[in-house]
Design a protein around this ligand. Structure first.
Ligand code: CMP
Length: 139
C-alpha cells in the first residue's frame, strides 16, 4: 500500500469557502500536502477524470457540476494513504457518511459531496496526473 493519494475539494465546498477548513481537517487527520492547486477543470479534464463513470445517468450532470467553479486539488502523504483518506472522507452520500467525516460535515448531496478521494493507488496516480506534473510533487 502506497503513502500517497489524491484528493479534490469540489466546487460546492469551494463556493461555500470551506476549502481551508477541509484542508485543516485533513492535516489534523495526519495528512501532509505534497502538491496543491486551485483551478477550474475543463470539460475534457473532467471527462477524463471520471471516465469510469461515462454512460452512467449521473455522468453528464457530474461534469456540469465539476466544471461550474474552481476545485482545490491536492496530493497527500500518509502511511496507507488511500484507505486512510477514504475513512476520513466518508461514504459518497453525505447522509450515509459516518459522524465527523468530511462529507458528513460539509457535503450537501450525493453529487455535491464536498470532496473526492481516490479508491486505489493506481487511480490516485491517474487522477493526480490530470492536475499535476510529476515535478509538482514535493516528496
Ligand atoms: P466521487 O468520489 O468524486 O466519485 C464519483 C462522483 O460521482 C461521486 O463522488 C459523486 O460526486 C458522483 N456520484 C456518484 N454516485 C452518484 C449518484 N448516484 N448521483 C449523483 N452523483 C453521484
Amino acid at each position: 500500500m502506497g503513502n500517497l493519494t489524491f484528493t479534490m475539494i469540489k466546487p460546492d465546498a469551494v463556493r461555500a469557502h470551506q476549502e481551508a477548513a477541509i484542508l485543516k481537517h485533513l492535516a489534523d487527520a495526519g495528512f501532509r500536502i505534497v502538491a496543491l492547486r486551485m483551478h477550474r477543470m475543463t470539460r475534457e479534464e473532467t471527462q477524463r477524470f471520471y471516465a469510469v463513470h461515462e454512460g452512467k445517468p449521473f455522468f453528464e450532470p457530474l461534469v456540469e457540476f465539476m466544471t461550474s467553479g474552481p476545485v482545490v486539488a491536492a496530493v497527500l502523504e500518509k502511511e496507507n494513504a488511500v484507505p486512510e483518506l477514504r475513512k476520513t472522507v466518508g461514504a459518497t452520500d453525505p447522509a450515509e457518511a459516518a459522524e465527523g467525516t468530511v462529507r458528513r460535515l460539509y457535503g450537501m448531496s450525493k453529487q455535491q459531496n464536498a470532496i473526492h478521494a481516490s479508491d486505489s493507488d493506481e487511480n490516485a496516480r491517474y487522477e493526480w496526473g490530470i492536475h499535476f506534473a510529476d515535478s509538482d510533487l514535493f516528496v
